[in-house]
Design a protein around this ligand. Sequence first.
Ligand SMILES: Nc1nc2c(c(=O)[nH]1)N[C@H]1C(S)=C(S)[C@@H](COP(=O)(O)OP(=O)(O)OC[C@H]3O[C@@H](n4cnc5c(=O)[nH]c(N)nc54)[C@H](O)[C@@H]3O)O[C@H]1N2
Ligand SMILES: Nc1nc2c(c(=O)[nH]1)N[C@H]1C(S)=C(S)[C@@H](COP(=O)(O)OP(=O)(O)OC[C@H]3O[C@@H](n4cnc5c(=O)[nH]c(N)nc54)[C@H](O)[C@@H]3O)O[C@H]1N2
Ligand code: SF4
Ligand SMILES: [Mo]
Length: 586
Amino acid sequence: MSDTTACPLDCYDACEISYNSGKLKGVKSGHTRGFLCPHLNHYDTHKQIHMPRYRGKEISLQEALCILSDMLYSSRREEVLHYRNHGNFGLMQAVTEHFFASYGATLTNGSLCDGAGEAGIIQGRGSNLNMPLSEIEKSEVFIFWGRNPHATSSHLLPLVKNKTIIVIDPIQTKIAKEADLHIQIKPHGDLSLALLLSRFLYIEGDYNKEYLEKYASEYEEFYELTQGVRIKMTLDEIDVTLGQIGKILALVKNKKVAIVCGVGLQKYSDGADVLRAIDSFATLLGLFAKEGCGVSYLGNSQENITSPFNQKAKRVSKVDTDFSKFRTVFIQGANPLSQMPNSLRVKESLAKVENLVYFGLYENETSAMAELILPAKDFLHKNDIRRSYSHNAMLTMPKMCESDFGISEYDLSACLCQAFQIELQDEAFYIEHFKSFAVEYPDGSWHVEMREEAPYRDGFDTEDGEFEFLDSFEKDFNMNEKLFLITSKSEKSLNSQFNREKSLYLNSALGFLEGEILTVSSACGNVDLSVKICDDVREDCVLIYSGTPGVNNLTTSKHSLDGKCAIYQEEKVELSRQKKMSDDKS
Ligand SMILES: Nc1nc2c(c(=O)[nH]1)N[C@H]1C(S)=C(S)[C@@H](COP(=O)(O)OP(=O)(O)OC[C@H]3O[C@@H](n4cnc5c(=O)[nH]c(N)nc54)[C@H](O)[C@@H]3O)O[C@H]1N2
Ligand SMILES: Nc1nc2c(c(=O)[nH]1)N[C@H]1C(S)=C(S)[C@@H](COP(=O)(O)OP(=O)(O)OC[C@H]3O[C@@H](n4cnc5c(=O)[nH]c(N)nc54)[C@H](O)[C@@H]3O)O[C@H]1N2
Ligand code: SF4
Ligand SMILES: [Mo]
């Protein structure tokens, strides 16, 4: 048996792990450099669900599988919904979709995560290929733009040591404290900033004319668009100075620059335009043409990989799913009651479902509401294989040891496929299928084939091979009224898994006291939380981390304009001291 696997979590780093006598360690070679993060260092301290339950009563796995089959037999196919998110990022997790699609159930589409930004990137470049780590390693200047690497991608940190660091973030994150320049921008000011940076870059003439003529010939039209931005008014609105713009341009001049973007930037209705504007600035700077330069975001981890599973199904959006339309809802690898936007709507809609099934590892809001609970096996006790959205490795995740509890996604699907006479191949067949998209490197690691080491050097994946600059944008967001909600990732939790935050973080200048309970309200709902004072947060912001119970009472279930994505920071919020008694609280 191999002693090497990979972390299953939805995380940029996708670390390789060695497993020895019950201990998890980062693999010494490669980007992991022998260390993991707190989630995996304390993985075995988080209590998993061991026994299946039906209406609150523990039952055997066999009984649970019979009840699930009965639920499916007694529902019409169009009354069944399969709702999956990425609690485990393994490619084999989708095997259940093969069953549900073949059975005739409805599946989901849309994104709770990076979809808006990805849409903007694809509009510009024609695809969403990431700057590889091997190129990032060569960069001299890093712009962390709406990305918090200490919390969400700590394995990048060794690569940026002793390099020039610029951070653009409304929060003074750890990386901002270490940075050569921190622009503590007003939230949602990034589109304007990218346009202003482009405008001044063009005026200074520091762009690569030869590359642009060949691969992005409409750069002058883009410059004209940036001329429509009123300088003084916009700088005031986003709380950036002309001096700071000058500093950024001086720091990147003639340097190898990596712009490292995160999802923080695009939690707004125009999230696609934000990433496209940043890409436009990067193109003008010539970053796609040069060694050690580029833009990093969440790449499409499935690019060049075809699914072996049946994917043909009716789909509804996972952002505003109307669960009440379905009699049987099967939830897998997700905690929608906490993580979907507009929790009050989600709760009301899920309450109308007759058969709510939860298939997961941990107890949470969704398991508490479910009729039937099926415990999953964790990654150490099943076979899988994974990709990353930040590097190009294909990592096998063989079973490390046996366990008496839970069921793997494959075994559950095999059982259901048998009951409903649906064809399913061996587990090994599917794993080999995924592996066949990778090639072995001399050091023994596997990497996805056909991934150019540095993408877009010889043009873009658009129809004519040219970059499509941002050509228009909307501007109807009120930057001044109420407070901004910032809801980003905590170091302690992986969304709602592991140690969840319980507080809201506020600047002391707002005059509230540590520990007092405040009601935070938006147009969608409210939540009562206790205050932690933190002057790293701007005075016009309320920071409530992802996974904090009740945070999504505040968020809207509207979609981004492009990319069918949730927009967690679109709603502005207000604070009040008087504690309202309402059953809105969760
Ligand atoms: N520890 C930990 N790691 C995780 C996760 C986790 O929950 N915990 N979740 C995983 C998942 S699902 C994902 S998608 C990734 C996401 O990881 P990241 O891309 O790092 O995403 P966030 O933490 O949401 O936001 C990053 C930064 O954006 C900033 N930000 C917020 N609004 C704005 C804005 O308007 N403008 C600018 N310039 N910055 C803004 C926030 O202050 C924050 O510092 O992390 C993954 N890794
Ligand atoms: N306010 C706010 N809301 C957000 C975000 C935010 O930043 N702020 N971020 C959004 C983003 S980027 C994302 S990606 C989503 C994440 O949303 P979800 O994917 O719903 O996130 P988790 O809270 O990680 O819940 C995953 C569940 O998967 C289960 N699980 C883990 N491993 C396995 C397994 O091997 N098999 C099975 N069957 N189940 C397993 C666990 O029980 C866990 O409860 O949240 C979104 N919601
Ligand atoms: S950094 Fe990310 S991939 Fe690595 S162990 Fe932690 S959660 Fe897993
Ligand atoms: Mo995510």
